[in-house]
Write a protein that binds this ligand. Sequence first.
Ligand SMILES: N[C@@H](CCC(=O)N[C@@H](CS)C(=O)NCC(=O)O)C(=O)O
Length: 146
Amino acid sequence: MMENKVFLSFAFYSTVLIVKMYVVAIITGQVRLRNKAFANPEDALRNGGLQYYRQDPDVERCRRAHRNDMENIFPFLFLGAIYSLLEPSPAVARLHFFVFCVGRVVHTLAYLLRLRAPTRSMAYSVAQLPCFSMALQILLAAAPYW
Ligand SMILES: N[C@@H](CCC(=O)N[C@@H](CS)C(=O)NCC(=O)O)C(=O)O
């Protein structure tokens, strides 16, 4: 594995994105505490009372960012791993991973910082491009064996 440059590049960008997801989860927890909006009655009771067992728009925004990450980063983890096995050009593969990673980081920033539309949608679309490219290449390589 340590000789597979493409896989190592994939491992790097995947891990960056997983850490990014952890950061969104930590931010969600902090926003819950700041806005006193807890997901479970036992948490609310510990932090002031059952009235704080409630939804909050800022928490929901964090949760949407996290859910969108799950919808997009999880498929990337599969596509990127299989794509790495196809022996693509390391430079082209790195470009795929880099564009996806930057797109997803910008998507999160746009979501959490409420950046003006269509920044978030653009970031989402840009990040989808390498995923469609990898999916197509995997399908072409695997088609003879369906
Ligand atoms: N599940 C997504 C599918 C489409 C999507 O991912 N759109 C991007 C760009 S508009 C997005 O940021 N959606 C907001 C979200 O998932 O919370 C949705 O409901 O919007």
